[in-house]
Write a protein that binds this ligand. Structure first.
Ligand code: SAM
Length: 337
């Protein structure tokens, strides 16, 4: 713990203590303090958001907290060190990532209980949003330790507010499953949930997606939910090459498909699929939801060919691999049994 003036009667650094130390007062006072204050924050776990690209997005309060906490727990200490160096902050760091968060939580909570203030940061954006932190937060709450958000950049919310899609009703879903089959099942379940109760589906769905999977994901959404839903790809937010592609799922996919390479960090937003029964939309704006089995059967009967050949043609039409479609067909059949 850093050597710093103690309030009268406060135990010295490192003295065991179970309650909050009487320094810095209530965490809410931090909001009214001038930046670069030397006043130590009250003991607690501070969830500090960091920039998602543009270093100018760090908040004054984040800098203040990072300067004055006893320790910074980081998803990747090397990454955070760069940020700390940039802002000339010298601070002890400790790793807290998806592989050690549970063990680390115990030690960090003990430290806070002894009177320390600990900041948690991820590599970029808000900790615990698709980043380590939620385990530590739950444990800290269970241990009666104050948990204090220090808000700032977040890719999902930044993308949403500039997307032009409805902001009054949205759901953040993080990363879709990586494997094609699991992803399609997930998307089908989302659409099915809406069909069971249209009011239960938020109107804008937000996903994080990797650049090398975005085309496949858009193709799946187009095929399962229809080509006409509005979609937005928000790429490289807050950075030099920030870009928003707005249009229907089909338009956005076609634009990305026409590029030699798709790079950068991507947040994808899509209008929730609207079920046929609840929609007042024109035909064609509704979920198509024709199964692979039904499409294969239709191609077979229209062309008088066997299933294997029909699958091959459908795979070509959809730009997907034959084996992938075959697995999808098997899954549909298994679900019917
Ligand atoms: N905790 C972070 C937050 O608050 O946004 C998110 C961390 S998550 C591991 C990283 C993903 O967020 C990226 O793969 C990308 O999908 C999205 N993302 C992060 N930075 C972004 C940016 N500058 N532009 C668009 N999407 C971004």
């Amino acid at each position: 713990m850093a050597d710093r003036p103690q309030l009268e009667g406060a135990p010295g650094p490192g003295s065991p203590r179970t309650g909050p130390r009487p320094r810095g007062g209530d965490p809410s006072h931090l909001g009214t303090r001038e930046p670069k204050s030397d006043a130590p924050p009250a003991p607690g776990l501070y969830l500090v958001a960091t920039p998602i690209g543009n270093l100018g997005d760090i908040t004054l309060r984040a800098l203040d907290v990072l300067r004055n906490v006893d320790r910074v727990a980081c998803e990747d200490t090397r990454q955070t060190q760069k940020l700390l160096n940039h802002f000339q902050i010298e601070k002890k760091t400790v790793s807290c990532h998806e592989h050690n968060e549970r063990e680390r939580a115990t030690g960090l909570i003990q430290e806070i209980k002894r009177g320390s203030a600990v900041a948690l940061v991820s590599d970029a954006g808000t900790p615990a949003i698709n980043d380590p932190g939620s385990w530590l937060v739950r444990e800290a709450i269970a241990a009666g330790v104050p948990v204090v958000p220090v808000p700032g950049a977040n890719a999902a919310i930044s993308a949403l507010v500039a997307s032009g899609l409805p902001t009054e009703d949205f759901q953040f879903l993080g990363f879709l499953p990586e494997k094609a089959g699991a992803r399609r099942t997930f998307l089908e379940k989302l659409a099915a949930r809406e069909q069971a109760d249209p009011r239960s589906t938020p109107r804008t769905l937000i996903f994080y997606e990797a650049p090398h999977r975005i085309l496949e994901t858009l193709a799946d959404i187009e095929e399962l939910w229809g080509p006409l839903l509005n979609a937005v790809v928000a790429r490289e937010l807050t950075k030099l090459h920030e870009e928003f592609l707005r249009g229907t799922v089909a338009e956005v996919r076609a634009e990305l498909a026409s590029r030699d390479r798709i790079r950068g960090e991507i947040t994808l937003l899509v209008e929730a699929p609207v079920s046929a029964k609840s929609s007042g939309n024109a035909p064609g704006t509704q979920t198509t939801h024709e199964t692979i089995a039904a499409r294969v059967a239709r191609i077979q009967s229209e062309n008088n060919i066997d299933e294997k050949e029909a699958l091959k043609r459908l795979a070509r039409e959809l730009g997907r691999s034959k084996s992938d479609l075959y697995r999808e067909l098997q899954r549909e059949r298994a679900r019917k049994r």
